[in-house]
Write a protein that binds this ligand. Structure first.
Ligand code: SF4
Ligand code: SF4
Length: 334
């Protein structure tokens, strides 16, 4: 394990930023978000998790897929290839799990999304262990360790006035080797204990229960206060729905994809006007079934990582932990 004094961290980031475009949590108008590092920003590594998850580094909000040009009778297509190396520093364990879930969606089950794959393979991930759990954190209910992230290239712990760094992959070892003058052997000494989450959910039997609840009046009851704003899906690190659109300018244009949300009525509206999810009831139901039933059925894991963002920012306090509690209490024979 290696060590760096906290005040030297910007120098390490400067060194790494020469290798690839580096994103790290920084102050953005009073909130902490992953932003490109130019050596001048105000780091917010010691604060809780970022407001926006870092998923847009792998799955951008809008992404050009290809350009087209018509000339006479001929049509030419130009593929847009994104090959920029990225380094993501300061990701928390919940968001690291969310990337593993996005990997399942975009890279498995017989289909590889090339746009996602290229960005994913070009990104080094440096995780930062949590020292404190926020009131809205419940990652441990999903078996996530806030003190050590899964599948990352480097794990970092904040200990007193220093950061301790440990490589988890060969790429991580190479990255640590890029700034030898800044890093020293950590020597003996314990790592901080991972914090406990006060907020917990009991997930035992939830998927099986939901398999019998598709027509249950529970959904009509809980959907009432939802505004359909879609904020929960945009902030969720595991939500990954997108739409594909064209932008035409005379004889040329682009095909692009952009984030979409199952909380919008247009999301499932078909060309003929039919909508299989015509009301909030079906849309809210879909959101929770996707996280808690469909995802486990398809990938063997829950589609929520307990990051707490939707609890914190939903304007009407739609709280997935309470919804899970409500599902547990439903009497299927009642
Ligand atoms: S953030 Fe809240 S109000 Fe908005 S769509 Fe999600 S659950 Fe509904
Ligand atoms: S559903 Fe809510 S708590 Fe779960 S991962 Fe998404 S934003 Fe985080």
């Amino acid at each position: 394990m290696l060590k760096i004094a906290k005040e030297k961290m910007p120098e390490l980031l400067n060194a790494w930023a020469k290798i690839g475009k580096l994103y790290v949590p920084q102050d953005q108008d009073g909130v902490s978000n992953f932003l490109p590092w130019d050596g001048k920003g105000k780091l917010t590594l010691g604060q809780g998790n970022s407001v926006l998850p870092p998923k847009d580094l792998f799955f951008p909000r809008t992404e050009t897929m290809y350009r087209y040009q018509r000339s006479g009778g001929a049509l030419s297509l130009e593929e847009v290839v994104e090959n920029e190396k990225q380094i993501l520093v300061g990701i928390r364990s919940c968001d690291a799990r969310s990337i593993a879930l996005l990997d399942d969606v975009f890279l498995t089950k017989g289909y590889v999304d090339e746009f996602y794959r290229r960005r994913r393979e070009n990104t080094l991930i440096v995780a930062l262990a949590c020292n404190v759990a926020q009131d809205t954190c419940f990652c441990t209910s999903f078996g996530i360790d806030p003190g050590r992230a899964e599948g990352v290239d480097i794990q970092v712990w904040e200990v007193d006035g220093s950061y301790i760094l440990e490589a988890g992959t060969e790429k991580g070892r190479e990255l640590l080797g890029q700034a030898p003058a800044l890093l020293m052997e950590a020597g003996e000494g314990g790592l901080p204990e991972a914090p406990a989450c006060n907020l917990k959910v009991d997930l035992a039997g939830v998927t099986e229960k939901l398999q019998q609840m598709f027509e249950h009046p529970f959904w009509a009851q809980i959907c009432r206060k939802c505004l359909g704003c879609g904020l929960c899906t945009y902030l969720c690190p595991t939500c990954h729905c997108f739409d594909i659109q064209s932008e035409n300018r005379g004889d040329s244009g682009i095909k692009f994809r952009c984030w979409d949300s199952c909380m919008f009525s247009e999301y499932t509206r078909m060309a003929g006007g039919h909508n299989p999810r015509p009301s909030k009831k079906e849309r809210v139901r879909n959101r929770f079934l996707h996280k808690l039933q469909y995802f486990p059925e398809r990938y063997g894991k829950f589609g929520c990582v307990g990051c707490g963002r939707c609890l914190s920012y939903c304007p009407v306090n739609m709280d997935i932990t309470r919804i899970i509690g409500g599902i547990k209490e439903v009497d299927l024979n009642g």
